[in-house]
Write a protein that binds this ligand. Structure first.
Ligand code: IMP
Ligand code: MG
Length: 180
């Protein structure tokens, strides 16, 4: 893990190591597999940010499951949410009667998760659960329930492990935060 990164004049410092992420994902997968034993849930990854977390989490899941993806509008190139959420790619699966588990990279304002919650629950799933790798409780403006949280973090801007800065840095193996 590099000590710090300089990107477009901004300095980012290490926050969560590759090893810590890996350990936490194993724990989350164990808890989720146990809680959903006997069902065949559909894991829904929210693109783009969750793609790495999704791929790592799903390989640690030990029960039968299906996968699908939703793509929502992003921050654009800014470091703060526009607050406008649009659907860029809908699901292919049928939601009605299924056990749905949403997989997100991060819950910041919570507006995206509120949108996802409303979109999915309108379609009458058997159950609706949320797993997010990161959660910024001090930034959240909605009250959608988060069932499984990887790490609770301060309201810093973070990058790496799927999370972008102006679409770049998603391929970093660990998570960095913008230096205050
Ligand atoms: P929301 O504000 O909770 O709606 O978050 C919307 C989306 O913005 C998340 O799913 C992430 O993909 C992205 N996002 C939120 N916070 C950060 C951050 O600190 N770094 C990079 N992307 C973020
Ligand atoms: Mg996201």
């Amino acid at each position: 893990m590099a000590k710090q990164l300089k990107i477009n004049g901004d300095v980012f410092v290490p926050m969560i190591s590759e090893r810590k992420i890996k350990t936490r994902i194993r724990e989350l997968a164990r808890t989720i597999s146990k809680a959903h034993r006997g069902t065949v849930p559909v894991f829904i990854g929210i693109l783009n940010g969750s793609f790495i977390f999704f791929a790592d989490l799903i390989r640690e899941i030990t029960i039968e499951c299906e996968v699908d993806f939703l793509k929502l509008s992003s921050y654009g190139d800014a470091k703060i949410s526009s607050g406008n959420v649009h659907l860029l790619k809908d699901l292919n699966c049928q939601v009605e009667g299924r056990d749905i588990i949403i997989v997100e990279d991060i819950v910041d304002s919570g507006l995206s998760m509120q949108y996802i919650h409303d979109l999915i629950t309108r379609q009458n799933p058997a159950s609706f659960k949320v797993v997010t790798l990161l959660y910024k409780p001090e930034s959240v403006k909605t009250n959608v329930q988060l069932d499984y949280v990887g790490f609770t973090i301060p309201p810093d801007f973070v990058i790496g492990y799927g999370l972008d800065y102006a679409q770049r840095e998603r391929n970093l193996k660990s998570i960095y935060k913008l230096k205050a």
